[in-house]
Write a protein that binds this ligand. Structure first.
Ligand code: NAI
Ligand code: MG
Length: 356
């Protein structure tokens, strides 16, 4: 088995954590017997923008070519390029052009990570957030009329298609089937958003009948956010529209500790184009260049990528290595009250993978 992967470090700490993500991938490849064809790209970063006036070359898609996945760091350097430009011209292009309609984030409390919720330890929080990533509330349909006058009106429409809703729901139910509890929770707001959300609820019921072995329930988004904080043990797979999923997929990892360890995947489950794996965090200009960024989010993203390839043993090997290293203060970076720098933490994880 061989995997061709586009490697795009991006800006700031993206450039510091990416080498550790790659180190872990290479350790997993030699330990678990597959090979890697890594293709590094020097675009989708703000230095490229400074030279070329845009974040990516016009032919970026051809340059990335036919790859099995994209391994991404973080993009953004607000001092030189406004965030709406740097993100829209890079990561958001990938999501749309590659039809990565699922945004997937694990919410799992790891050993060595202090939990902001009182009385919770490892094992208490372990669920997935599945966010619809291509339609819903984030549409460009709407209008702004009579700007600056007393008659000013702004309208932005939510777009839900049966195709778009069904496919993300099926992904969530399929994911629940791989889990012990086999339970899906749907985020809704059909008491207030009286057209699109009842439609969403109806599709949950319809798709749910295709999965008699998976239970499901629903919460309105307002109380659901409270339940994330008060009763996180209640959840197994949580599925949500684009906006609700955006909120839940930041709240979830925050409930399970630091942003430095959280991974995410932008998935095209149909395999018609590559999926993208990246840490949840951004380029962290406040600590960039100091060599102290936590590489675990990037390395955990590598594990998600290998799982996507079906390399389950390798993915489990990386996760076991992360857990072992996070459990020791010498292995942890300063954001987790440890003494390790980025490279020390990354090397310790890679050595643990090699010895798995
Ligand atoms: P951020 O995630 O970069 O940083 C937030 C805070 O968390 C900072 O104090 C930072 O030092 C800390 N932090 C983040 N990752 C860490 C790590 N691995 N280890 C230790 N500490 C870590 O978010 P912020 O500051 O809002 O955004 C900075 C830039 O990143 C902006 O340009 C933003 O647009 C961009 N961004 C890019 C994302 C992406 O590439 N997908 C996602 C989020 C933000
Ligand atoms: Mg977000």
């Amino acid at each position: 088995r061989s995997y061709k992967i586009a490697v795009i470090p991006g800006d700031g700490i993206g450039k510091e954590v990416m080498p550790e993500g790659v180190r872990a991938l290479e350790a997993a490849a030699s330990r678990f017997g597959f090979s890697l064809d890594l293709q590094w790209h020097d675009f989708a970063n703000c230095d490229y923008y400074a030279k070329h006036g845009q974040m990516m070359p016009d032919d970026w898609k051809a340059r990335i070519g036919d790859v099995d996945a994209i391994f991404f760091g973080a993009v953004g350097w607000p001092d030189t390029v406004p965030d709406h430009i740097s993100l829209w011209q890079s990561i958001l292009q990938f999501r749309r052009e590659y039809d990565q309609y699922v945004n997937l984030r694990p919410v799992r409390l790891m050993p060595g990570v202090p939990c902001p919720l009182a009385g919770r330890g490892p094992g208490d929080i372990d669920f997935w957030v599945v966010r619809e990533n291509t339609e819903g509330e984030y549409s460009s349909i709407g209008g702004h009329m009579f700007p600056g006058t007393e008659r000013e009106i702004v309208i932005q429409e939510t777009v839900m298609t049966r195709h778009g809703v069904d496919r993300v729901l099926r992904f969530a139910f399929d994911l629940a089937r791989t889990r012990d509890r086999r339970h899906v929770t749907s985020a809704t707001k059909s008491n207030g958003i009286a057209i699109t959300m009842p439609f969403w609820d109806g599709r949950v019921e319809a798709i749910g009948t295709e999965y008699p072995d998976v239970t499901h329930d629903k919460y309105h988004i307002d109380i659901l956010t409270a339940q994330f904080v008060l009763n996180p043990q209640r959840f197994d797979v949580v599925v949500a529209s684009n906006l609700f999923g955006d909120i839940l997929s930041d709240l979830g990892p925050a409930c399970a500790g630091t942003i430095g360890v959280a991974p995410s995947a932008n998935i095209n489950p149909d395999g018609t184009s590559p999926s993208l794996f990246e840490p949840v965090h951004g380029s962290a200009p406040d600590i960039a260049g100091k060599g102290i960024a936590n590489p675990v989010g990037q390395i955990w993203s590598a594990a998600m990528m290998l799982e996507h390839f079906g390399e389950d043993a390798a993915a489990a090997g990386i996760m076991a290595a992360i857990e072992a290293v996070l459990a020791t203060p010498e292995g942890r970076t300063p954001d987790l009250k440890g003494s390790a720098d980025t490279v020390t933490c990354g090397k310790a994880i890679s050595e643990a993978i090699a010895g798995a």
